[in-house]
Design a protein around this ligand. Sequence first.
Ligand code: ADP
Ligand code: MG
Length: 694
Amino acid sequence: MVQPVTDINGLGAEKAKLLAADLGIKTVGDLVQHFPFRYVDRSRTYAVAEIQNTGTEIMLKGVLQPLVETGAGKKKRWASRLRDTTGHIDLVWFKLTQWQLQKLGELSGKEVHIFGKPTLFNRSYSISHPEIIEDEQSASGLMPVYSSTEKLVKRGFNARFWQRIMQDALVRYAPYMEENLSESIRHELGMISYAEALRIIHFPKNQEELHAAQRRLKFNELFFLRLSLHQQKLLNSHGLHSRAFKEVGSYFMDYYNEHLEFDLTGAQKRVIREIRQDLGRDVQMNRLLQGDVGSGKTIVAFLCMLLAVDNGFQSMLMAPTEILAQQHYASLKAEADKIGINIGLLTGSSSAQERRFLHEGLQNGEVHIVIGTHALIEKSVQLERLGLVIIDEQHKFGVAQRAKLWQKADWVPHVLVMTATPIPRTLAMTLYNDLDSSVIDELPAGRKPIATYHKKESNRLEVLGFMRKEITEGRQVYIVYPLIEESEKLDYANLMDGYEMLLREFPRPKYEVSVVHGRMKPADKDAEMKKFASGITQILVGTTVIEVGVNVPNASVMVIENAEKFGLSQLHQLRGRVGRGAEQSYCVLMTPDYINEVAYKRVKTMVESTDGFHIAEVDLEIRGAGDVLGTQQSGMLDFKIADLQQDKELFLQAGKIADALLADDPKLSKPENAPILKFFNRYHKAGVSWSKIS
Ligand code: ADP
Ligand code: MG
C-alpha cells in the first residue's frame, strides 16, 4: 500500500529525499495527491492578431522565420519571428545551446506551434524563450503546473519532469484508487469516479473534464470533513454533565409577565425556547447565540439567568470590556431589583473591599448573578452553584481563558456564547459544528435602518454642519478614531487633533464634548462615558473602546474617522452603537479623498448593507478564512483543493448529503456505504476538538 516514491522511474534516492523535505511527499499516494495548482491551456491555438496583454501563456501556430544573431558579449541575442495569416510576432532568446541553435535552424521556414507569454514592448508583442513544439500531440490539452520549490527546480523538477513522474505515479497507484462514495451519492450528484477524477486532475483534456474532476475532489474533501466533524460532535456530546434546570419558576414568570417592558420579538422567543430545551437537560449546553447588533441579546441572556435562579443556580455574564460590563450591570441591576434578585459586578477596577464582599456573596450563594470582565476567571472567584455561563461578544475572548471557567464546580456549567459578529454559515458549520447555534434574525419592531454615508475629507464642513443640526434637535454624536497598535502614537495624535478641532467647532457653553481613549484611567473613562450616557455631553470622541455593546439610545450619529483603517466587522459593530432609539440614525464613514480598492469595497459594503450576515460573508471573501479566524482553528481548513469561500455551494451541499447519510445510517454499517466507511477510517482522524477547548 505504501509505495515509496523511489519506485517511480526517474526518482532516485536523492530526488526522493528532496521531495520529502520540501513538499512532504514520501509515497506514491502522496505524489498523486499533489494536485496541479494551475493549468496551462494548450487546448486552444491563438492567431497573432488575437494576442492581448493578458500575461498568460498562449499557443500560436505559424511559420518560423530564420534566426538572426544581434549584439555581442552580454548584449548578444537571437531573434526570429513567427508568421501566420494574421500577422507576425517577434521571438527572442538570450541564451541558446548548440543543440537548440541547430534545431531552430532546421525548423526555419517550417510550420510549428510555439508556446509562451507575449509581452508588450514599444507597442509590439514579443515572446522571449518560447517553447517550440514540433509534434501536434503535445500541442493539445491542459498542461498541469505543480507547485514546487526553487531547490526542486534546480534539481530537475521542471514541468516536463513533473508530468513524467505523475504519469508513472498514476499507473502505480491505480489499484488504490478505490471508489469512496456510495453509488447512490455519486448518482445523485452525477459525479465521475474517484479514480477518473485523480487521473483527470493531473492530465485533463479540456476545461469541461477538468471541472468535473475538480468538483469530485472538492466534494470529497468537504464531505469527509463534514463526516469527521460529525463524528467529533458525537464523541464530545457524551460525558459532560451539567445540572438540568427543570422548572420555569416564579422569578422568570414574574419578570416576564409583570416587568418586561416590551414584547419579545418572534426570534427572541424562538431562541429562548431553544435554550430552555438545552437547559432542561443534564448534558452541558454549548450554544452559540448569534444576533446582529441591537437585536436584543441581553434580555435573552437575562431571562436565561432567571431560569438558573429559579432552579437554585448562579450565573455569570462575562463581557470583553470594563465599560460593557458596567453597562450590563447598570441595566440588569435595574431589572433584577424589580424582582428582588441579587446581582454583582466584578472588574479589574473593583476595590479590594468590593471584591471581598462579592466573593462572600458568591460563595454563600446570596449573589445570584455576577457580571464582569476577565476578572471573573480568577481563581479566587468561587461560586457555590454556578449553573450557567454567558459570554458576551465572544470574539474578544481567548479560547484558553474560556477553558478556565470549567473549574468552578463539580459539574460544568451550561455555556451560552453570544456574538454580534455573525459567523458566515460555511465557517459556522465547520468550526462551530459542535456548538449548537441559535440566531436572532429579527430586530425589535420600529427600528429604522441606519442610513450610512461615505464622506471624504473634502466634505468635512458638510459633516460638521450635519452634526450641528442633529445636536440642535437634541441628539448625540459619536466620533470614533482608529487605534491600531503599530501606529498607536500617530492615532493618538489624530484623536487629540480631532478633539481640539471639535472643541473649536462646538464651543462651550453651548456644547460639551467628552473624550475617551486607551491612555485614560478607567475611572476617568467611566466618568466621561457617564456624562455622555446621561446627556450632559452631546459629543463623545473616542477610540474603539466604545466599540462593543455601549448603549446610548439618544445617540443618532456615528462618525467614523479614517474608516478605511477599520475592518468590516469592526465598522459594523461601531455602527451598531447608534440606531438604538426610535429616531432615524446615521453613520458617516470619513476617509481621505483617495483610498485603495479593498478599503473602498469595505466602505461600499457598509453603505449598501446593514445586514450583519451579509457583511460577514463579504469580510470572509475579502480576507479569507484564515485571517477572519486568526487562530489555530483555521488549520482545519487547510484543504488541498477545496476553498471554503469559492466552493460555498458545494460545501453546503456536501454538508446536507453527509447529514442525510448519517441520519439514515449513523454507523455507516449498510453495505452500500462500505466504501465511505473504509475511506473514512483509513484517512480521517478526528481533527481539533472544539468543545474541549471552548
Ligand atoms: P445586542 O443584541 O446588540 O446586545 P441589546 O440587548 O443591547 O442588543 O438591545 C438593544 C436595545 O433594544 C436595548 O435597549 C434593549 O432594551 C432593546 N430591546 C431588546 N429587545 C427588544 C424588543 N423585543 N423590543 C423592543 N426593544 C428591545
Ligand atoms: Mg450586546
